[in-house]
Design a protein around this ligand. Sequence first.
Ligand code: ADP
Length: 257
Amino acid sequence: NQGPKSFLKPANKHSKIKKVIGVISGKGGVGKSLVTSLLAVAMQERGRQAAILDADITGPSIPHIFGVEKNAEVLHQEIIPALTDNKIKVISINLLLADHTDPVVWRGPMIGGAVEQFWTDVCWGDVDYMFVDMPPGTGDVAQTVFQSLPLDGIIVVTSPQDLVGMIVEKAVKMAEMVHIPVLGLVENMAYFTCPSCGEKHAIFGESQVKALSEAYNIPLIAQIPINPALAQACDQGKITDIEGDWLAELVAGLEKI
Ligand code: ADP
């Protein structure tokens, strides 16, 4: 690949990372961080060493979702990633701030610089699958991050209330610009199963994502329901306790690339 990857800086000398997968969305709040977390949990449960690079610098939520409170260690310019209770390696700007409630008000280039440092200065060690929680949207910040990391592929997270068609198209074009394959679509908050009658309700309207997946020839790999247990697990930092293989097909697909 002679694309922009040739401009990338090498990873830290203590890192052996086999695959890097970016998780993107058209806007905030569709569940990009949740899907990133579930992917890492699913891989870790299969005996692969998973890692999460939280590139959502202005809205970092990965440490909270996993209940990681202890900051990452910094030793002579090198950063040791934090570990979740099930040993997923994590780095996030929140794990480097003295006070987790400090806002990060950086602009694109500084964000790109921070993400690049997560690649060059973090001693990741052995990692089978690194998932990158990308900044939301397809604007300049997302573009900068795209160009700061050697992504092997991206996963697009949508929800039925999005302008899904436009988002998918933008994501596909952005990925083409940097020669990165779109591995699949994940529709989050796709439906709600009524706990008393068992019927599925399309709260945000009927999904268009199947039609899009066919039109763009990108596999629709998972449709995740609205599930209060997921929201609660994220809120309480207990995502590793969640039962249910929401992304089994996606994870199986990733193992083939
Ligand atoms: P993003 O990273 O796209 O901004 P998050 O993953 O942080 O979105 O999710 C936004 C909020 O929605 C979180 O509070 C999360 O717990 C909740 N959420 C996401 N997906 C679901 C779901 N399928 N069911 C219930 N709550 C969800």
